[in-house]
Design a protein around this ligand. Structure first.
Ligand code: CP
Length: 317
């Protein structure tokens, strides 16, 4: 594996899940793999889980880790080529990425979308500039349109929580939020579930919240949440802003919040969310604090997803 930006970079979803679950059983089995290697973690945006779990994963493999909050501690970056830099930006990504490529064996980056310019976000301009100029393998810690470390985590969590031979019914449902959020997590979850033949996947959202079809693919789409959730084994809850009316909030209907009542016709579904989650806006306390929530073990699996990804890149360099 040369980089980890989307599901298209991995040898296969089941293979990655197997590798991750092997590390979960024995985290230090390849402690020497990353010896004398350094992972650079570059953040243009906040993070709790990605930041901490990826550091733990790299250290489990014997790597050194350097975390750089470039948005707060670095020079203001210019991402556009060929501009006259007489404004607020101080350093061009051409130099910044190339210099960081001199220090690190693997570069990992979080770059959220602006949610203003759909074309800029959906061409993944920022992460692609880092890939272009770093000269080292790049791992996405969440980009403008995808969050593959989260999606691999979600696949790991579904596999380990599902003990039956039939395919589980996995439904991703939109839920309300007070702020316009990126489509990265739902795009990525849809992309990974569609690429994985161990699940039966569908999506529920209000009209106007259709995802980019290149990610929603052949998933069945419902505009009626109850109809979608009938018999669900896993309910993946997430808010996103509109893709079609780009970056806008079109619906705030609290009836889409996931409560115990929402789950009444599911197969006692396990409830997942990438976190952070706004309680009693996206998911009710009674669900998050109840027996159907698996959000904490899900977050715990972030470490094994990151370890699987880092190890595959180290082994294939
Ligand atoms: N789910 C997730 O990526 O969490 P953080 O934003 O805290 O890293």
């Amino acid at each position: 594996m040369k980089q980890f930006i989307s599901v298209e970079d991995v040898p296969g979803v089941p293979q990655m899940v197997d590798i991750a679950l092997d590390y979960k059983k024995n985290p230090f089995k390849e402690k020497g793999l990353g010896e004398n290697k350094t992972l650079g973690m570059i953040f243009l945006n906040p993070s709790l889980r990605t930041r901490l779990s990826t550091q733990v994963a790299a250290r489990n493999l014997g790597m050194e880790v350097v975390v750089f909050n470039i948005d707060k501690e670095g020079w203001a970056l210019e991402m556009n080529d060929g501009v006259v830099m007489n404004g607020n930006t101080t350093e061009h990504v051409k130099e910044a990425a190339a210099v960081m490529g001199q220090y690190f064996d693997i570069l990992s980056i979080r770059t959220f979308p602006g949610l203003k310019n759909k074309e800029e976000d959906y061409t993944e301009k920022y992460i692609n500039q880092f890939i272009k100029y770093a000269g080292k393998p790049v791992i996405s810690l969440e980009s403008a349109t995808l969050h593959p470390l989260q999606s691999l985590t979600d696949a790991i969590t579904i596999r380990e929580q599902w003990q039956q031979t039939r395919k589980p019914k996995v439904v991703m449902t939109w839920a309300p939020h007070v702020k316009p959020l990126p489509q990265a997590v739902p795009n990525s979850f849809a992309q990974w579930m569609n690429a994985w033949d161990e699940v039966d996947f569908s999506i529920a959202h209000p009209e106007g919240y259709e995802l980019d079809p290149k990610f929603s693919g052949n998933a069945k789409i419902y505009h009626n949440q109850q109809e979608a959730l009938e018999g669900a084994d896993f309910v993946y809850v997430k808010n996103w802003s509109s893709y079609t009316d780009y970056g806008k909030i079109l619906n705030s209907d609290p009836a889409w919040m996931v409560s115990n009542d929402t789950l009444k016709n599911t197969n006692t579904a396990k409830v997942m969310h990438c976190l952070p989650v706004r309680r009693n806006v996206v998911i009710a306390d009674e669900v998050l604090d109840g027996p159907q929530s698996i959000v904490i073990p899900e977050a715990g699996n972030r470490t094994w997803a990151a370890q699987a990804v880092i190890s595959e890149i180290l082994k294939n360099r």
